[in-house]
Write a protein that binds this ligand. Structure first.
Ligand code: MN
Length: 196
C-alpha cells in the first residue's frame, strides 16, 4: 500500500528543501516506516486502529511488537505531520503566535531556543513545539519516539535525522535549521493549537 502523496509538489519548498530530498524523504523513508509499521501490527488487535491512537497507547502494546511500533508507527505518523507544517511564505500570526510572544518575548527568541535545541540533539530525532499540560514547550525526542506517547500535542516540528538534510547541506545541521524557518506553516500550527 502506498502512503498518501505529499500535500504539494516535490519542488514546492525549493530552495529551502530541494526536490530530490523531498522525493527520497517521502517516497523512500516515509514509505518504509509505513511498510514496517503495517507489518508489525498485522494480525493484531491494533491493525484497524488509527496510528495516532496506537501511539497514544504504546504502553498497552505487546512486548514483541512494541519497539517496532514505536519506531515505525512513530516514523509514519511524524512524517505525515511534518509535511503539513511546511509551506513557504506563511506569516507568523494567529493565537499560536500570540502565545509564543507571550512565552518567549518574540519570534526571534523562540527561534533561538528552538534552533539551539535542534542543534544539540545528539544523534537522530525531532525537535517539537508542543502543548504540554496547557503550556507551550520546546522538546526533543530521540529516534522516532513520539510526543504523542507522552500526552503532548504537537504544533510543529523539525526532522533532524540526517536524511532530512544531508543531500543538500551535508553535515551542516545548523544550515538546515536556518532553512526550516523559511517554510514554517504558521497557519497550520495555529490550527493544531486551536484543536488541542
Ligand atoms: Mn525523516
Amino acid at each position: 500500500m502506498e502512503i498518501a502523496p505529499l500535500p504539494y509538489p516535490y519542488d514546492a519548498l525549493e530552495p529551502y528543501i530541494d526536490e530530490k530530498t523531498m522525493r527520497i524523504h517521502h517516497d523512500k523513508h516515509h514509505q518504509a516506516y509505513f511498510d514496517k509499521y503495517m507489518k508489525a501490527i498485522e494480525g493484531t488487535e491494533w491493525a484497524d486502529k488509527d496510528v495516532k491512537e496506537v501511539l497514544e497507547n504504546v504502553d498497552a502494546l505487546p512486548e514483541d511488537i512494541k519497539q517496532a511500533v514505536i519506531n515505525n508507527g512513530g516514523g509514519y505518523f511524524h512524517h505525515t505531520f511534518f509535511w503539513t507544517i511546511l509551506k513557504k511564505d506563511v506569516p507568523f500570526k494567529g493565537e499560536v503566535a500570540e502565545e509564543i510572544k507571550k512565552k518567549w518575548g518574540s519570534l526571534e527568541k523562540f527561534q533561538e531556543e528552538f534552533s539551539d535545541k535542534a542543534k544539540t540533539l545528539f544523534g537522530s530525532g525531532w525537535t517539537w513545539l508542543v502543548v504540554n499540560n496547557g503550556e507551550l514547550e520546546i522538546v526533543n525526542t530521540k529516534n522516532q519516539d513520539s510526543p504523542i506517547s507522552l500526552g503532548m500535542v504537537p504544533l510543529l516540528c523539525i526532522d533532524v535525522w540526517e536524511h532530512a538534510y544531508y543531500l543538500k547541506v551535508q553535515n551542516r545541521r545548523p544550515e538546515w535549521i536556518e532553512n526550516f524557518w523559511n517554510i514554517v506553516n504558521w497557519e497550520q500550527a495555529n490550527k493544531y493549537y486551536l484543536e488541542r
